[in-house]
Structures are given as structure tokens and as C-alpha cells.
Ligand binder design. Structure first.
Ligand code: FES
Ligand SMILES: [Fe+2]
Length: 397
């Protein structure tokens, strides 16, 4: 190869995952899962945390490593409203103050560990993370989902998976990635629009199922397997509320599903992805059956994430993606995302200014429809298998 040709080759800039963790509210999970009076260890932000409910029921989050000799409080015991270290029984209150050392004459007056600022919204527990040590301002509060707790809606169906080997930016990139919905999730976006503003980033999408994929494999049936409308907003770096209209729900009416897609970083190259679903109970359907519906939806969401995870696990980190016109605003999204990784005084207007972009899906849809038609004409599915004539198979011989 001569040098001129070499120069034309696009080279991937992998960059490096940031050492610091995003500033913002991070959801640790459902409140109910931490309320059992036992300490819970959470690996997050490159360290270990302990989450516990005292006798008064108040849930607190502390650094897990005891300031005495480094014992792990998550292996300790809740005593009163304090967590007792398993090493020498020092007691730590939810506000971080050492509340007692049973074998000592007096507690060192400055004995205090780090208590994380928490918030409880939508039946979920959040911690505020900021390497600069700021307190969260009220305009960054996680919005309340009024439907949560409404008897006409189910309770959360909640799941989580640890993604190893990827920075959580891979997940956030999905906000603008229109084309992957066809290739990875077997949906056909007909409308796709992004709005970034302040600490929020929104993706509005309408999509149709791929006819060569629906009903082919039950194991691939996702929330993209039916005609749907989705209005998804990140509030800060890690918590997305996705309003969904599925199964013929009137897009002018209220959504029939709320999906939470959230995560917290474990290390620069791993994160815990969590997702939860509440669904409006269809009228006349008993509660148990409605809960089953929510569980099925959550299963569909799980399949969707598994499809993403498979891609993330095998892909390269890329700081300089090569884009075409039909791709979403990846660079603008990453600029928005950058605001959470710089000191607050270094946040630039282009990270937070309102930005809107709608992808023209026409060209993509023409090409995708042709691909689908070709598959169907050849009796092929999107998965490369042959379409089985199930109607015939059902006929008793
Ligand atoms: S290390 Fe925790 S009490 Fe000693
Ligand atoms: Fe995805």
C-alpha cells in the first residue's frame, strides 16, 4: 500500500473511558429491596457502598469501608438506626456519624464517614454523585411518575444486569441511534427525533415491527415487536423514563406503559443496567393477570437489552464515529453527555443549549422495506432461517 492509500483509511480513535464518574442522580434500585433491615453492598463509582434501613425505616447509604480499620460494613449488622461493623462493632449512623464503640470509653469526636445524599422517588432509591462534593439542586430532581402507585397500574417489574467491558456511554449512545433499531432490535422506526436541553436528552420514536421478524421466534419478541410510540427522556446522565404506547393505544391519550432504563457505573468499564416496567391494567383484567402482562413486557425489554449487550461486548470503543446523513446526532449527544463529566464551572453552553434534530427516515424505510420484502418472498426470516409454515404444522395428520 502506498502512503496516499494509507492516508485515506479511517482510523478508529478508541480514546479512553473517563476515570471520573458522572455527576448526577443515580438509581440504585427499588426501595423495597433495601428495606429488609439487612445491609446491602452496592459496587458503584469505583468503590463499595452499604445501603441499609435502620429500625426507624429510614434508608441510608454510606461508604462500605469502615473508617476504623477498613472493615466492610455491608457484612455487618443493623443495630438500632446504625450499621455495626463486623470487625470491631463500631456503629455508624445513616448521617455518617459514629454513634458508638461498645468497647471504648469515648467515641473520637470527629469520627464520621461518608454518607451519600439520597432521594426516594417512584418507589426507587437514588444517590447523588459529584466528585466536587456539591449538593443536588432542586431543578435536577428526578420527576415523579404520577401513575406509580395508582391502583389502575401494576407495580414495578424490575430487573438488572451487569455489563462488563463497556463504559456506560455505549448505552447512552442508543438515544440517537435510529438505524440499530432495525438491525439489532428488529423494529422499523418511522419517526425519530431527538431533543437535548439542559440535563435532559429525549428520543421520540414511532416504529413498526419488522414483518420478517415478528412471530418468528418468541425468544426474540421485544417491545419493538408491535406498532408502538415511545417518548424517552434521560433526566441527568443515567435515569431514563420511557413512556410507551403499545398494542394500538391511542398516541393522543396517555401512555399505557412506563419503562425505566437506568444504570450506575461500577468501574470505568462496567456498569449495572437496571430496567423496570409498570403497565396500565387493561380494564376487566384481574390484577394478577395485569402483573403477568407487565412481566411479559419486562421480558421483551430484557431481550432488547440483551441484543444491545451482545453488540457492546464485541464492539470497540470509538471516539470518532464515521457517520452518514441518516445517523442521529451522535456528536451532539456526546457533547450533552460530557456536561456530567466536567467540573460544574467547565460546563459549556454547547453542552446544555437546546438542540433538536429529526432524522428523515424515508430513505432508510424504503431500503428496509425492500430487504423485508425480499426476505418474505424468499421465505426467509430476518434471522436467516426459513419461514416455517406453522399453519400446516398445526393441522393434525
Ligand atoms: S474496622 Fe470497622 S470496627 Fe474496626
Ligand atoms: Fe438498543
Amino acid at each position: 500500500m502506498n502512503s496516499a492509500e494509507t492516508e485515506q483509511v479511517r482510523v478508529i480513535d478508541t480514546g479512553a473511558p473517563p476515570e471520573r464518574y458522572a455527576r448526577g442522580w443515580h438509581c440504585l434500585g427499588l426501595l423495597g429491596d433495601f428495606a429488609d433491615g439487612k445491609p446491602h453492598q452496592v459496587s458503584a463509582f469505583g468503590t463499595e457502598l452499604v445501603v441499609f434501613a435502620g429500625e426507624d425505616g429510614k434508608i441510608s447509604v454510606l461508604d462500605a469501608f469502615c473508617r476504623h480499620m477498613g472493615g466492610n460494613l455491608a457484612l455487618g449488622t443493623v443495630k438500632g438506626n446504625s450499621i455495626a461493623c463486623p470487625f470491631h462493632d463500631w456503629r455508624w449512623r445513616g448521617d455518617g456519624k459514629c454513634s458508638g464503640i461498645p468497647y471504648a470509653r469515648r467515641v473520637p469526636p470527629l469520627a464520621r464517614t461518608r454518607a451519600w445524599v439520597t432521594s426516594e422517588v417512584n418507589g426507587q432509591l437514588f444517590v447523588w454523585h459529584d466528585p466536587q462534593g456539591s449538593k443536588p439542586s432542586s431543578d435536577l430532581a428526578i420527576p415523579v411518575i404520577a401513575e406509580y402507585g395508582d391502583p389502575e397500574w401494576t407495580d414495578w417489574v424490575w430487573n438488572s444486569i451487569v455489563v462488563e467491558g463497556s463504559h456506560c456511554r455505549e448505552l447512552v449512545d442508543n438515544i440517537v441511534d435510529m438505524a440499530h433499531f432495525f438491525y439489532v432490535h428488529y423494529g422499523m422506526p418511522t419517526f425519530f427525533r431527538n431533543v437535548f436541553e439542559g440535563h435532559t436528552a429525549t428520543q421520540a420514536m414511532r416504529s413498526l415491527p419488522r414483518p420478517d421478524a415478528t412471530g418468528v421466534r418468541l425468544s426474540e419478541s421485544t417491545n419493538y415487536s408491535t406498532e408502538s410510540q415511545s417518548d424517552a427522556t434521560y433526566f441527568g446522565p443515567s435515569y431514563m423514563i420511557d413512556k410507551l404506547w403499545t398494542g394500538g393505544t391511542d398516541p393522543e391519550a396517555d401512555p399505557n406503559i412506563y419503562l425505566i432504563n437506568c444504570h450506575y457505573p461500577i468501574s470505568p468499564t462496567s456498569f449495572r443496567l437496571q430496567y423496570g416496567v409498570i403497565a396500565k391494567k387493561p380494564s376487566g383484567v384481574p390484577d394478577e393477570q395485569a402483573q403477568t402482562i407487565a412481566e411479559m413486557i419486562a421480558k421483551g425489554v430484557a431481550i432488547g437489552f440483551e441484543q444491545d449487550v451482545k453488540i457492546w461486548k464485541s464492539k470497540s470503543r470509538i471516539d470518532n464515529p464515521l457517520l452518514c446523513e441518516e445517523d442521529g446526532p451522535v456528536y451532539q449527544l456526546r457533547r450533552w453527555y460530557e456536561q456530567f463529566y466536567v467540573d460544574i464551572e467547565d460546563v459549556q453552553p454547547e453542552m446544555v443549549n437546546r438542540f433538536e434534530y429529526e432524522i428523515d427516515t424515508e430513505r432508510a424505510l424504503t431500503s428496509w422495506q425492500a430487504e423485508v420484502d425480499e426476505n418474505l418472498a424468499a421465505g426467509r426470516t430476518a434471522f436467516g432461517t426459513m419461514i416455517e409454515n406453522t399453519a400446516q404444522a398445526d393441522v393434525p395428520s
